[in-house]
Design a protein around this ligand. Structure first.
Ligand code: PCA
Length: 217
């Protein structure tokens, strides 16, 4: 059956790690049908140039109604729904292709920032109600995840105006936290359930709910 699709992307391991929770979560959801949409997945390299190329190819291949890019944010305790992508790369470490751009634009002559087009507040409410620790975040950092997020939003706006998308950072898995003493972690099953609820909520909300989510700092 020809169902409409959701594209879910995860990343390869990086920074010397052998696992990336985002890759595990997207693999767990591959092929799942959620709210009448089939989940297609792509595994992106942690490399500025290649990740963007492969993201574009995956969007062209799957023609998704919704794109959710997932990445690891080691040190965060909650699933983080990112609100803002910035047009800036400042790589603290080299990527997996040994590139380390500093103070470069993700896309030259594009705006300084753009917003997620996901109903992040509705998603947070549904995920929290299901017992998945979830927060909204105002920064996806300045590394490969933010660059993929910005490139995604730029591409959807210019080539797929009917499609929505955004980025979600997830914590370490417990096995990773065991190697980073003191770092928070979340079970794979909890994160996978959370991302499935995120997809379902995004598909069932054409616009976001009104709720307070701002910060003072
Ligand atoms: N996290 C990194 C890149 C890949 C990933 O999973 C980041 O937050 O930029």
């Amino acid at each position: 059956m020809n169902l409409p699709t959701v594209l879910l992307t995860g990343f390869a391991p990086f920074a010397g790690d052998t696992i990336n929770p985002s890759r595990e979560v997207v693999r767990a959801l591959a092929g799942r049908v959620i709210a009448g949409h089939r989940v297609e997945i792509a595994e992106l390299p942690v490399a500025f140039a290649a990740a963007r190329r492969e993201l574009a190819a995956a969007i062209d291949r799957t023609q998704p109604a919704l794109v959710l890019a997932i990445g690891q944010a080691g040190g965060r305790a909650c699933v983080s729904l990112e609100r803002v992508a910035i047009n800036l790369i400042d790589a603290r470490i080299a990527d997996n292709d040994s590139a380390q751009p500093i103070d470069e634009a993700v896309i030259a002559n594009a705006p300084a920032a753009c917003f997620s087009t996901l109903p992040v507040k509705a998603m947070r409410a549904a995920m929290q109600a299901a017992g998945v620790p979830t927060e909204l975040s105002f920064s996806a950092g300045s590394y490969v995840c933010n660059a993929v997020f910005f490139a995604l939003m730029h591409r959807l706006a210019h080539h797929h105006p009917g499609a929505r998308g955004g980025f979600i950072h997830i914590p370490y898995l417990p096995a990773q936290a065991a190697l980073h003493p003191g770092a928070p972690s979340m079970a794979l099953d909890t994160m996978t359930r959370g991302i499935a609820i995120a997809i379902e909520t995004a598909l069932s909300h054409a616009s976001d709910i009104r709720a307070i989510a701002g910060t003072l700092d």
